[in-house]
Design a protein around this ligand. Sequence first.
Ligand code: HEC
Ligand code: HEC
Length: 353
Amino acid sequence: MNISLTLRQRQTQTRTFLCSILFVLLFVLSGCPASVEPVKEPLYSLPNGFPDINFPKDNPVTAEKIELGRKLFYDPILSSDKSIACASCHKQELAFTDGKIVSRGVKGELGSRNSPTIVNTGYAEHLFWDGRASTIEEQAFAAATNPAEMRAVESVIDVRLQKDSAYSIEFPRAFGNGTQPTLRLAMKAIATFVRTVLSGSSRYDEFIHGATSALNESEIRGRDLFFSYRTQCGDCHSGYNFTDNQFHSTGLFTHYFDQGRYNFTINKSDVGKFKTPSLRNIALTAPYEHDGHLPTLEAVIEHYNEGGKDFINKDSRIRPLNLTETEKKDLIAFLNTLTDNSLLNNPRFAKKP
Ligand code: HEC
Ligand code: HEC
């Protein structure tokens, strides 16, 4: 075997050697600062089995923005007479709903719809019961300026925020030096906070992730029934957030006073259709349906058991189910396992002390 190396081989060897040294140097240099930096807490925590949140390109997530959004969510400064905040209708202890049939805004103004939760709306493709908003920024701005909700006038709120000494510091911190506070930017911060309000740690989640004793027999029967062809509940209330993000009429009425999705699309086949609500924390979010007319889960189950009322756009899956009393109890027992108690006392979602 020839042990003398050719010139080319020697050159290659030298190059490889130099490269290795450079590589080690780079490794040491880049490794150093990381080892002295303190471990950062994640900005938000994803429940087991949930996909990551897509923060919009023009409104990326930062710790400062979440903090500002959280403060604004609880601050009545955004409503015309400073009497109402987002949190007035989206209360943490009620899984971010308000417990009323329909919400009341500034000066007790009666709205027409039941307050839905903000939990897990970071995943929603459409916002509001009729899906008329496609981003939380847009949706929050609509809530703030709605005469039946916060009745804010943009120019008035801009000035009010700019006069506030704390916000004059916190907006530039979240949006860059020299930024003036505005209602529009407030909505960007609030939307960022809302996207981090996630919930997926219920007994049901423990069960599907392996803790087979987390549910009792009745709850397991209820789960099987919920996902069965017999009821088809899990067809529409599907996936990790128990919604297909679609619009359906469940035949609540023979004549819909609120025409739902139709108001937005002006398509006759959309009359009476509303967004499938998530069923997470459903035990805490009574009363039910877009207009809050069903007071209890028992009433909701009765509605489905009867197959709804005759209505032209009613989904074909809504039909008499002939459930026994035990089956009804099992379904309700299952729905009660979807409560995530950690959501209710998570200090990251609460008003800043
Ligand atoms: C007066 C009560 C009230 C106030 C104040 C209020 N909301 Fe709402 N919110 C509602 C109601 C009612 C709906 C459903 C309205 C509809 O579908 O037309 C809703 C819908 C939403 C939704 C959509 C949920 C979904 O699944 O589609 C989000 C998110 C939300 N609100 C966040 C906010 C934020 C952020 C603020 C503050 C800027 C706010 N809300 C202020 C009552 C209120
Ligand atoms: C065709 C799709 C579909 C099927 C099947 C279906 N749902 Fe629904 N569900 C919806 C929609 C849409 C709403 C909201 C309707 C409205 O407000 O007008 C809703 C509302 C609810 C609510 C009230 C939620 C709230 O926040 O107010 C509960 C509870 C519920 N469904 C449970 C069930 C159960 C249990 C079954 C099976 C027996 C079932 N659903 C079958 C689509 C469906």
